[in-house]
Design a protein around this ligand. Structure first.
Ligand SMILES: Cc1ncc(COP(=O)(O)O)c(C=O)c1O
Length: 405
């Protein structure tokens, strides 16, 4: 089969592949514990459902403008004012089919083939593939000091004549690390000085713990004119538990938004108007579900950390936000894919291999599921990996016997 050079370089999304695997095993009646998920289990806010239902009831479901319906743009403007203390105009906003599409279209709008986009590692699985889809090059930067917190000097070192943009995701998927104000201020400064785009993937910015306050990149920008190269990405997927609605957005200078709208207009057109209405309902509606989710996640984080801390040999860093824990399992094997496969095969626990996020020897475990899944999932993992485990484990009434060392 003849396929394009770019297509040949694109791999399947490992998280989506794991989702499919979990679904197949569940269909067979297997007691799977899915710690690979990237979506909260709570229901979408009632305001979102009502808004979508009201529009559906009209029976007139038409094309939406490529950059989003006016009501959603207005809601995003309101969101930006409330959470970033920044007043933008409708021409500064584009709604997309998820934050994923907003980032992809932003990259398509700014990257020429062979140009580079820098992002800290570990990184979200889609960043390298998105860069490749533009014919461009993703440049991961591993913190030299072995932590999950990138240092500005490590990033600065990678900036060269091909660098076009820096892409920051904090709190971070897969580590849950929330970068410091100083770091964000330094990145904003670096991008302004070197005339680079800065894409802030803020999709988890309200899901943070231990009394942390969201960090607002605009506070550190000297240039907030229409020349600003700051692109802020957000969406409803995580904070409102609305992953399936597929609505995200970008806020940037008007010229860039115009170019992005042209691209999106030919790609998919505007996202479904029904789902945009749902997003309007969520953004303008009662916000208590976000705080409820945040509190639940913080509690889940504590339970997962407590359980992982008693896991012989692995190294864990407490996540500051989001809903992932990225732990070092290298004591149990150098290849995270093999550890992940071993855990699925032996104890039906799904965790995402760290190599997919640019860091080998680690596993990403989500704590957005139930407490039962977290405790039982970690217990099964411990049983499978720790050679000092008892010989037998019961999953329901199924007896597992440890016949490996
Ligand atoms: C870091 C990061 N950015 C963006 C997204 C995409 O979000 P959306 O569902 O809005 O496309 C995800 C989803 O997992 C993510 O983890």
């Amino acid at each position: 089969m003849s396929i394009s050079q770019i297509a040949r370089t694109i791999s399947a999304s490992p998280t989506l592949t794991l989702n499919e695997k979990a679904a197949i095993l569940r269909e067979k009646g297997e007691p799977v514990i899915h710690l690979g998920a990237g979506e909260p289990k709570s229901k979408a806010p009632m305001d979102a459902i009502m808004a979508a239902a009201a529009h559906l009831n009209t029976g007139e479901i038409r094309y939406a403008p490529a950059d989003g319906v006016p009501a959603l743009k207005k809601a995003i403007i309101h969101y930006t004012e409330e959470h970033y203390n920044r007043l933008v105009e409708p021409e500064n906003v584009m709604a997309s089919g998820g934050a994923k599409q907003a980032i992809m279209v932003a990259l398509q709008a700014i990257l020429n083939p062979q140009e580079e986009v820098i992002y800290p590692a570990p990184y979200w699985v889609s960043y390298p593939e998105m860069a490749k889809l533009c014919g461009a090059i993703g440049v991961p930067v591993l913190p030299e000091d072995g932590t999950f917190y990138p240092r500005i000097q490590d990033i600065e070192q990678k900036v060269g004549s091909y660098t076009k943009a820096i892409l920051i995701n904090s709190p971070n998927n897969p580590t849950g690390a929330m970068y410091s104000k100083e770091f964000i201020a330094d990145v904003v400064d670096l991008c302004e000085k070197r005339d680079l785009y800065l894409i802030m993937d803020d999709i988890y910015h309200r899901l943070i713990f231990d009394n942390r306050r969201p960090i607002n990149c605009y506070e550190y920008a000297k240039d907030l004119s229409e020349n600003s190269k700051l692109i802020v990405i957000n969406g409803i997927s995580k904070q409102y538990a609305m992953t399936g609605f597929r609505i995200g957005w970008a806020v940037a200078n008007k010229k860039l938004i115009e170019v992005m709208t042209n691209i999106q207009g030919h790609q998919t057109g505007g996202p479904s108007v029904v789902l945009q209405k749902a997003a309007v309902g969520a953004i303008n509606g009662i916000q208590s579900s976000v705080e409820n989710l945040r509190v639940t996640l913080e509690n889940n984080r504590n339970v997962m950390i407590e359980n992982l801390n008693s896991f012989e040999g692995i190294k864990v860093t407490k996540p500051d936000g989001a809903f992932y824990c990225f732990a070092d399992f290298s004591v149990y094997g150098k290849e995270s894919t093999k550890i992940s496969e071993f855990l699925i095969n032996k104890v039906l626990v799904l965790a995402v291999p760290g190599v997919e996020f640019g860091m080998e020897g680690y596993l990403r475990m989500s704590f957005c599921g139930s407490i039962k899944d977290i405790t039982e999932g970690v217990e099964r993992m411990k049983w499978a990996l720790d050679p000092n485990s008892p010989n037998e484990l019961y999953i329901g009434d199924r007896k597992l016997v440890r016949d490996w060392t």
